[in-house]
Write a protein that binds this ligand. Structure first.
Ligand code: FES
Ligand SMILES: [Fe+2]
Length: 423
């Protein structure tokens, strides 16, 4: 594998002086009090990814999102003008949840011209305006114009729909994302409409889970099973080092080299039999679609051979773009201080034939298998942290994004507390 120089200071971490190199506390991942602050300081202030524009194919298409972290539910809808908007999913009459199907706590989707409340029948148009109040004359000076659905700031980047629950976000979505993430905008996400989706509830703090998707130091250990048995001792001993890390504000990217990604170039005995049979695996289908020239921001350091770039969108979303012409996403939704709902999507251009379908099934199944390997380990990590037997933990240079991520959460919480103290 080609080697790539680290920054001048000799380490990724020291390239970013604000990070320092000391051992860190994980109290932020086990404290219910800190979680209560994060909900306000991070999840009610940051831009949060909630879905793709392909989920809203027509004017009138909508889906709901349950956001336990903010104690709310959202309606995300494409209006008759084609614009994507978001509203809190709450009827203005007496607070009934407006849109749900069989079970009030479950998400739903569909196509409508108006939203009608299941309680007393008030109706709202797709812009959120209240257009009908049952027996309106019975009310006292009711002005329907004052009873629109409560809007949520909503914007779209590269087909990903983001919301911001702050009444007045301090930054636009594009300001929040910054140049490093904006540089992937022209990747052909819109062509990758073949999508497998997974959700799993896990007993770990959302940051503890996110940490494992920001470094590959664990890969030769936790995911050793991806290699044929005769290679495992060698791979475990060699360890792994990613060739490029980059930080911009709270966000980050890590790029890996691609020598292991090219199963078709490896001796067959070094490839798992299931991968050989399906011409696919964890690294995606071997038949790589022609996507044309990719934006340079996909591989910001020009690593060759390139494997993947994993873009960390603060606070809880990541897009992993693979050399093999597909992408997947990770998202980490806290449900309490020590539980989360992990959501993953595996997206590629639709297959052209049956073997392409099998290759995609294999890639999706491999993704699920590896995510579950992480989930299992991270429940164990949470247990260890919660014992509070050890108070400080060393992070190595490959854990630089982990260090930055926890610092970013800490500084958002600190800023929120300072503002609150000032009133
Ligand atoms: S609560 Fe919705 S119409 Fe009464
Ligand atoms: Fe992992």
């Amino acid at each position: 594998m080609a080697r790539f120089p680290k920054p001048a200071e000799g380490s990724w971490t020291q390239h970013y002086p604000h990070l320092e190199t000391g051992a860190v506390s994980y109290e932020d991942s086990i404290s219910p009090g800190f979680y209560a602050l994060e909900r306000e300081a991070v999840f009610r202030r940051a831009w949060l990814q909630v879905g793709r524009v392909e989920q809203l194919p027509r004017n009138g298409s909508f889906f709901t999102r349950e956001l336990a972290v903010a104690d709310t539910s959202l309606i995300v809808v494409r209006g008759l003008d084609g614009e994507v908007r978001a509203f809190h999913n709450i009827c203005r009459h007496r607070g009934n949840k407006l849109v749900w199907t069989d079970f009030p706590r479950e998400e739903t989707r569909g196509v409508v011209r108006q939203f009608a409340c299941k309680y007393h029948g008030w109706r709202y148009d797709l812009d959120g305006r209240c257009v009908f109040a049952q027996q309106e004359g019975e009310f006292f000076d009711l002005d329907k114009a004052d009873h629109s659905l409560v809007p949520v700031h909503c914007d779209v980047f590269a087909g990903f729909i983001f919301v911001n629950l702050d009444r007045e976000p301090s930054q636009s979505l594009r300001e929040f994302l910054g140049p490093m993430l904006l540089a992937i905008e022209d990747y052909p996400f819109h062509e990758m409409t073949d999508r497998y989706s997974f959700r799993v509830e896990c007993r770990a703090n959302w940051k503890v889970f996110n940490d494992a998707f920001m470094e590959f130091y664990h890969a030769p250990v936790v995911h050793l099973g991806q290699h044929p048995r005769h290679m495992r001792a060698m791979i475990k001993d060699a360890g792994y080092e990613a060739p490029h890390y980059q930080i911009e504000g709270p966000h980050g990217v890590v790029t890996t080299a691609g020598s292991l990604h090219r199963g078709w170039e490896m001796p067959p005995e070094n490839v798992k039999p299931a991968d050989l049979a399906t011409r696919s695996g964890l690294f995606g289908a071997w038949e790589v679609p022609d996507l044309g020239e990719l934006p340079p921001g996909i591989n910001p350091a020009g690593v060759q051979p390139w494997g993947l770039s994993s873009f960390q969108f603060f606070p809880n979303f990541a897009i992993v773009i693979w050399q093999t012409g597909w992408y997947n996403t990770h998202q980490f939704w806290p449900t309490s201080h020590n539980t989360l709902m992990f959501e993953g999507h595996v997206c590629s251009v639709p297959p052209r034939n049956a073997s392409g379908r099998i290759a995609r099934e294999m890639a999706a199944v491999a993704f699920k298998e590896y995510a579950l390997q992480d989930a299992n380990t991270l429940e164990a990590t949470q247990l260890g942290l919660e014992s509070r037997v050890v108070e400080r933990f060393p992070l190595n240079d490959q854990e630089v994004l982990v260090r930055n991520f926890h610092q970013a959460v800490g500084s958002w919480v600190g800023e929120y507390e300072r503002k609150r103290a000032k009133g």
